[in-house]
Design a binder for this molecule. Structure first.
Ligand SMILES: [Zn+2]
Length: 91
């Protein structure tokens, strides 16, 4: 019988998170909390230009696992190939 645990594994690129932090946002992160728009108002643009929030997204979806946090093992890839072959009547 197929052991499902052998078919996928934690994505090595994002460590299973499925996303990567955008480096442009790193300065907006403090130790335990995120400085959001409300508190950002405390930092006026004229005072602190570099604290403007980036227009880029906070996170990128991991390109390796497409946000799943897991990738197929070789065994998993073989099973998917097998299923694709048999699921398609016009193969
Ligand atoms: Zn990933």
């Amino acid at each position: 019988m197929v052991d499902l645990n052998n078919l996928d594994k934690q994505c090595p690129k994002c460590s299973g998170l499925g996303r990567m932090e955008n480096p442009a946002w790193i300065k907006f992160w403090t130790k335990d909390w995120f400085r959001a728009l409300d508190t950002e108002a405390l930092y006026t643009d004229s005072k602190n230009k570099e604290l403007r929030q980036p227009s880029e997204p906070m996170f990128f979806i991991c390109k390796e696992c497409h946000g799943k946090g897991k990738v197929l093992t070789d065994e998993g890839k073989r099973l998917i190939g097998f299923i694709r072959f048999w699921i398609n009547p016009n193969y």
